[in-house]
Every structure is written in structure tokens, then in C-alpha cells.
Ligand binder design. Structure first.
Ligand code: ASP
Length: 429
């Protein structure tokens, strides 16, 4: 309370009292203008943006771990299983739809046509994909502490769920020593999770400054390029992103009786943060807080579905890969037939699952998608030139796709919570 008063009457009171989102938006717009106008002379602000990203990344692992242990403890294993199956189906279905949106958009706008980078004839090379069984086995951590230290989300989720379930099981033990101990541990985790959320709130107060710096740097380095010859790719990607947002999520939420406008209002802070940080995983603390505080999703569900989504559900990335694969083909004067586009649907879905929630992950995974349709990026080839062009504006495309990535996680989480009758509908009124 004393702190509150100090804030209100302190010399920065105008800052803390004005609307946070408005402040962030001002940071965003100013950052873009200053970045474009000042060019590389503004690059010294970079550390201010890095501070924001580091603060967010600092709390990702503790937020996931503490809240998921508490969350798993409060759900019965069968309910947890049901939520898991539902969210998985939603994540997969929407990703496939997303690639299709990307392909439709690229077939309409045909970005890259006329660039005529001399057709480099690349022979398609067979893909060497990691073995699926190894990927699945890696979900079980051999050393949970190591997974926490490395920030490997899937093993952390696995361990936290088992840990939470066993605590809740023990808390009902007849032996008082055991039940008391388990209850105390759960209480400890609950308190720790609360503390993490309160740190998130504090970090957001710094967001406007961090946002300004992050955006200024991106626009100083890449802004003018995205407006130039690559404008068509940028436009194609962004139109598909918006179409997926409005149509896929809009319709899906409506089917389950959830208002789209309320959804956007509740998700906007996380959407903006994803846009500027270009990282689903760094945005996770905000995504989780928005789900709980604004969308009325219980922590028991959001603490499970959102970290999972930030790791495997990337609709924006899938769209981007669909568009960029066609861009590369058009740019070297080729077109991809129906069969090749079907292949893209499969590989872009897999690539988006495999992409990590960090800036620029999608452009690396794009190599795999290109490979799958015989567009191998070889040094000095026309394909490599087209790929390099994409690379040049990747940050601009990454902002939009990351924003859609976490929006998809939130929409799915709200829908699953609704089907479980666990959502607080007052927040949607
Ligand atoms: N930056 C994206 C994310 O964090 C991944 C990507 O590069 O596509 O969701």
C-alpha cells in the first residue's frame, strides 16, 4: 500500500498512472518512426530492448514449472488427459488450416514472380529427418534439473505434471505426516507461482521502453527493405496472418460461444509482446497471465496448454513457410504443382512444430520445407539468393507470425477451457 501511494505521488506518477497498453503502443509507433528515420545511428538503444527480453526470459521457466505443478495437482488425471487430447487436436488442425491459408494467399499474390533469379537447377535431396521415436523419448527427462536449467519445455511439462499429480495424491494420504508435507509443498509452489506473476506485472511496466528499443532496431536495420521489392512477400504473409486470425479463430471461438472482440481485448497485451519480442517462449509469462486474468481460463488448464502451445503450435510460422516456399519457387521462375503444395502442407506443419519459440527459428526450419519440394539452398544458387532475400526481412515477418503463434495458443486454450466448463464467463460478458 505504501508502495502504491509512493507510486501515485512520485515524480514518475504520470507514467505509472497512464494506460499501460497505450504506453506500449506509443513505444511501438515511435520506435518504428525513429528507426526508419535515424537508421543505423539509433542502434545504440539495442541494450534497452535486450533488458526487456532478458527480464521476460528470466521468468519463463519458473512460471511454467511452479504454475504447472499447482495446476496438475488441482486436476484429476483423467481430466488432464482429456484436456491434453483436445488441445492437441486443436493445435494440429489449426496449423494445417494455417498452411493452407498461406498457400492460398501466395497463389493469389504470387510474390517473387518476375524477379527471375536465373533458374538454378537444384536436384531435390532426400530429407534426413530426426527419428520420431527419439523426439518422443526426449519428452521424458533423464534429469529434470538439467531440463529446467536448459529450459527444455516439453520435459519440464512432463515432470511438472507427474510431480503435481503425486503431490495431490499424497495430500490426501491418511498418514498425517505425508499429507501435511505434500500440502505444504503445494502451498509453497502456489506462493512461488503467485510471486512469478507479480514479477511479470512489474516487468510490463518497463515494456514501453523495451518495445521502443526493439522496434527501433528492427526498423533501422530492415524496415526500408520490407517496404521495397520485398513488399509483396510482406503483404502476402501479413494478409494470410490476418485472414487466419479473423476467419479460423473468429469462427472457432464463435462456434463455442465466445466473443471474438472480447478475446482480442483480453489477448492484446500478449499479442503485442509477441510482436515486439518475436519469441513465443519469452512471451509465455504474459500469455499465461492474460489467459488467467483477462480470459478467465483457470490456471490448471492454461499452465499446461500454453507452454505446450508456445513450443509446438505455431500457426503464424506455418503460414509464413507456405508463402515463402512459393516465393522462392516463383523467384526462380518455377511454379509448384498441386502435389508439391500438398507436400508443403505436411512439411510446414512439421517444421512449425519443430521450430523453437525464439526469434528467427522459422527461417531455419524453412530450409527443411524447401528441401522437401526439391528447392535445395546451395551456395551461389538462385535458390540461395531468393532465400537470402527472405532472410533479409525475416525480423519483420517474424513479428507478425510470432504474434499469431501465441494468439492461436490463447484461442485454443479458451476453447478447451470452455468445453471443460471451466472458463469464467463473466470475463466474456
Ligand atoms: N519467432 C517464432 C516464435 O517464437 C518462431 C519462428 O521464428 O517462426 O514463435
Amino acid at each position: 500500500m505504501a508502495e502504491e501511494t509512493a507510486r501515485k505521488s512520485g515524480f514518475m506518477s504520470w507514467y505509472f498512472q497512464s494506460n499501460l497498453l497505450v504506453r506500449i503502443l506509443i513505444g511501438l509507433v515511435l520506435g518504428a518512426i525513429v528507426g526508419l528515420a535515424a537508421g543505423s545511428s539509433i542502434l545504440w538503444v539495442k541494450p534497452f530492448g535486450d533488458v526487456f527480453i532478458r527480464l521476460l526470459r528470466m521468468i519463463v521457466v519458473p512460471v511454467i514449472f511452479f504454475s504447472l505443478v499447482v495446476g496438475a495437482a488441482s486436476l484429476s488425471p483423467s481430466k488432464l488427459g482429456r484436456v491434453g487430447v483436445k488441445i492437441f487436436i486443436y493445435y494440429m488442425l489449426t496449423t494445417v488450416v494455417a498452411v493452407i491459408f498461406g498457400l492460398i494467399s501466395a497463389n493469389i499474390f504470387r510474390p517473387g514472380t518476375g524477379l527471375d533469379l536465373s533458374a538454378g537447377q537444384a536436384a531435390g535431396k532426400a530429407l534426413t529427418q530426426p527419428k520420431i521415436i527419439d523426439t518422443l523419448l526426449a519428452i521424458i527427462p533423464v534429469n529434470p534439473i538439467e531440463s529446467l536449467a536448459k529450459g527444455d519445455v516439453l520435459p519440464i511439462i512432463f515432470f511438472a505434471i507427474i510431480f503435481g499429480i503425486s503431490l495431490s495424491f499424497l495430500a490426501q494420504s491418511r498418514d498425517e505426516r505425508v499429507s501435511g508435507g505434500a500440502a505444504a509443498v503445494l502451498k509453497f509452489f502456489d506462493g512461488a507461482a503467485e510471486a512469478m506473476y507479480s514479477i511479470v506485472r512489474g516487468v510490463m511496466q518497463y515494456a514501453p521502453i523495451g518495445v521502443f528499443a526493439l522496434i527501433a532496431v528492427v526498423f533501422a536495420q530492415q524496415g526500408s527493405k520490407a517496404l521495397g521489392p520485398l513488399g509483396m512477400v510482406t503483404l502476402t504473409v501479413y494478409l494470410a496472418l490476418v485472414a487466419h486470425l479473423l476467419i479460423t479463430y473468429g469462427v472457432a471461438l464463435k462456434i463455442y460461444g465466445l466473443k471474438f472482440s472480447r478475446f482480442l481485448a483480453g489477448a492484446k497485451e500478449a499479442m503485442l509482446t509477441a510482436f515486439v519480442t518475436r519469441s513465443s517462449s519469452a512471451t509465455l509469462p504474459i500469455t499465461m497471465r492474460n489467459a488467467e486474468e483477462n480470459l478467465g481460463v483457470p490456471r490448471s488448464i492454461g499452465s499446461f496448454t500454453l507452454p505446450l502451445g508456445a513450443t509446438i503450435n505455431m500457426d503464424g510460422t506455418a503460414i509464413y513457410q507456405g508463402v515463402c516456399a512459393l516465393f522462392v519457387a516463383f523467384a526462380i521462375g518455377q511454379s509448384l504443382d498441386f502435389g508439391a503444395q500438398m507436400t508443403i502442407i505436411i512439411t510446414a506443419t512439421l517444421a512449425s512444430i519443430g521450430a523453437a519459440g525464439v526469434p528467427g527459428a522459422g527461417v531455419i526450419m524453412l530450409l527443411m520445407v524447401l528441401n522437401s519440394v526439391g528447392l535445395e539452398v546451395k551456395e551461389g544458387s538462385a535458390i540461395a539468393m531468393a532465400y537470402a532475400m527472405i532472410l533479409g526481412i525475416d525480423a519483420i515477418l517474424d513479428m507478425g507470425r510470432t504474434c499469431l503463434n501465441i494468439t492461436g495458443d490463447l484461442a485454443g486454450t479458451a476453447i478447451v477451457a470452455k468445453t471443460e466448463k471451466a472458463i469464467d464467463l463473466e470475463k466474456w460478458a
